[in-house]
Ligand binder design. Sequence first.
Ligand SMILES: C[S@@+](CC[C@H](N)C(=O)[O-])C[C@H]1O[C@@H](n2cnc3c(N)ncnc32)[C@H](O)[C@@H]1O
Length: 317
Amino acid sequence: MNDYHHIPVLLNEVIKYLDPKPGENFVDATLGGGGYSQAILKRILPKGKLLAIDLDTEAITNFETNLKSQISNQESVILVHDNFRNIDKIVEKHKIKGVDGIVADIGLSSYQLDQSGRGITFQKKELLNMRFDASVEQVDAKFILNNYSYQELEKIFKEFGEEKFSRQIAKKIIEFRSKNSELRYTTDLYQVIEQALPKPVKHKAADSARRIFQALRISVNHELDNLRELLEKGFDLLAPGGKMGIVTFHSLEDRIVKHYFKELTKGCICPIDFPKCVCGKNPQGRLVTKKPVTASAEEIKNNSRAKPAKLRVIQKI
Ligand SMILES: C[S@@+](CC[C@H](N)C(=O)[O-])C[C@H]1O[C@@H](n2cnc3c(N)ncnc32)[C@H](O)[C@@H]1O
């Protein structure tokens, strides 16, 4: 499968801040096109180990078919088709002792967006699927759109898309369902979104569609819950001094990472008028990046998809 493509985002920054060293053990929680994995392997070989996870079998197959042969010590890479929310069990199963670094690049590979045919983008007519893991039966976007109630749809659009016209769009979907048989294609959904918008903002239908498509994708794949679990379990797995770096592409995810990292850096949480500490809490982590790291103008010029990306890194104390 040679058509799997993805230009890694913030690659230099990820390597700079995580700073993999010879002999270390790393987890790439989102293998994708393998850009981060390859760069990490270059640094940790010959004695280090890389465990690379992806929910999408096509990412795993691509690495196995096209990239693995280029690695000098092939035993040092373990590829796992699974959800990164199970990182604790995966690491245990593969007996990785002492994790020195974890990286996750949350979101979509260019392949998934442009070529996977899963209805993730509204730029093409495709069936409304949106599942990252095409190998298991689970609720897809089409099911949600044709079966969820008005209230459930509105909640998804509001919470995961932060869409101002969530009510109007959810209402139009219910109307569409009562008149036509079902919403099947990305183009059906785009049409409904456009119709739902008030006249003065109809020309901004693409912006609303981007938010609604994002909301559905997050809901179908439980993306925010997966991220929360990855953060907690991942941090627990780190050896002292180990680092975890997360790249996100929208504010909902970045907020989750920011708050979780902040919690880990907090020490005593006793009220300020307590004469002495009774909580006994010590900081567990140190922020390696005080502010999120974003892509340089040059990277954005070469790859516009890097524009919203934010990298945050924490180190275990
Ligand atoms: C943006 S790509 C990663 C690109 C990669 N950093 C590179 O250098 O090519 C994100 C990948 O994460 C995967 N993914 C998303 N959610 C996941 C999850 N919960 N568990 C495992 N993989 C996931 C997607 O299938 C996709 O392949």
